[in-house]
Design a protein around this ligand. Structure first.
Ligand code: NAG
Ligand code: NAG
Length: 358
């Protein structure tokens, strides 16, 4: 990293454009998550103010159609067994049917909460009105995905249950303006039990405090309007978060700083109202040092090649900074809880334009 390193806006636009147009083959094995990669690219371009410059109205519409084609509706015979929402890609070989209203159920074909969440946010950023979203089916599925302990599984035949999916379920409920699929008391109980002796938050009871679930829990509580109720000690959790700053942020005590935690921990600190306590300058320098010559960001400064997740997190982390120096003035304020710009948020929420009268 050189002293003059600065924010490489144009390179990042090129990087997201390239990944949006031709997803590099390295991501083939992660095809079940393709919706998330799409979200990183469009939201990244949106934050960089380049969405309209890179994506024509025609391609926007085609992208919207592609997203809707991943929606899973109730099956006419078996109904809703918790499978409704969005899948990550057409890897099951389904027909392209963006306007279907029912989906014949097949084994292993089910929505995933993370894909439903990123599909909805992507539709909003692309300017869709969500009129084809099967709200009722999604909310009913969310209810079936919540576990006895209050956590969520991403899919109905799931084997992982943790804080990440509690967060996704909360964002979906917030966007659809309907919390009836979540037992909030149980969710809060799960969050409380996941707080550890150091007041950081873990993926579930008995695990280690970690930046990712700390963000997920705090953002979920904030969306529920239960921040004060759900945290055992807000002040101590903020203190745990602030202590994660090295130059950038580490995800756990004694780990090296990593670009994505600038977002996760940074966003958690922002929601808790303590962003003024971080050292902006060293934080920003760390982030600049993880930019690559090809555009995009890496996880660690010594890595050469970018990846889509860290690239998005790098841009989003810089967008959180409230007092922007000239080189990042172009970045809009981020609505950290939902992962979209405040501008896109204000246009649609909290006076929810999609479901106000529905
Ligand atoms: C689906 O419906 C939308 C309008 O809601 C329309 O613009 C679009 O062309 C339709 N797509 C297909 C493939 O029928
Ligand atoms: C942003 O999106 C990524 C991918 O879904 C997720 O890991 C992260 O927690 C999100 N943050 C917000 C604020 O939505």
């Amino acid at each position: 990293m050189s002293e003059e390193e600065t924010f490489e806006k144009n390179k990042h636009i090129k990087y997201f454009e390239r990944c949006f147009k031709i997803l590099p083959y390295h991501y083939t094995s992660a095809d079940t998550n393709r919706m998330t990669f799409l979200f990183f690219c469009i939201s990244g371009l949106d934050l960089l103010g380049a969405l309209d410059q890179v994506i024509t109205p025609e391609i926007k519409q085609k992208t919207i159609e592609w997203i809707y084609a991943q929606q899973i509706h109730p099956d006419p015979k078996i109904g809703n067994i918790g499978q409704c929402g969005f899948r990550g890609a057409p890897f099951m070989g389904h027909k392209f049917e963006p306007n279907a209203t029912e989906t014949i159920h097949e084994p292993y074909d089910a929505s995933n909460l993370a894909m439903t969440y990123t599909a909805l946010i992507s539709l909003i950023i692309l300017g869709d009105d969500l009129s084809r979203v099967n709200k009722k089916a999604i909310i009913e599925s969310i209810a079936q995905l919540q576990q006895e302990d209050g956590s969520f599984s991403p899919v109905i035949f799931g084997m992982e249950y943790d804080m990440r999916f509690l967060y996704c379920a909360s964002v979906i409920s917030y966007i659809l303006n309907d919390w009836s699929g979540i037992n909030i008391d149980k969710a809060i109980d799960f969050i409380k039990k996941s707080q550890t002796y150091d007041f950081g938050i873990s993926q579930g009871q008995g695990f280690e405090s970690h930046g990712g679930p700390t963000f997920c829990a705090i953002a979920a509580l904030s969306l529920m309007g239960k921040l004060d109720e759900g945290l055992i000690s807000k002040k101590d959790t903020l203190s745990w978060c602030l202590s994660r700053q090295v130059n950038g942020f580490q995800g756990r005590a004694n780990k090296p700083p990593d670009t994505c935690y600038s977002f996760w921990i940074g966003a958690a600190i922002e929601i808790l109202g303590g962003y003024e306590f971080i050292d902006f300058e060293t934080h920003k320098k760390f982030l600049y040092s993880t930019q690559t010559n090809y555009g995009g960001f890496t996880k660690y400064p010594e890595y050469e090649f970018p990846d889509i997740l860290h690239s998005y997190m790098g841009v989003a982390a810089l967008a959180i900074i409230p007092e922007k120096t000239p080189e990042i003035e172009c970045l809009p304020q981020l609505e950290t809880r939902l992962n979209m710009s405040k501008k896109t948020f204000d246009k649609n929420f909290p006076n929810n334009v999609f479901w106000k009268n529905k």
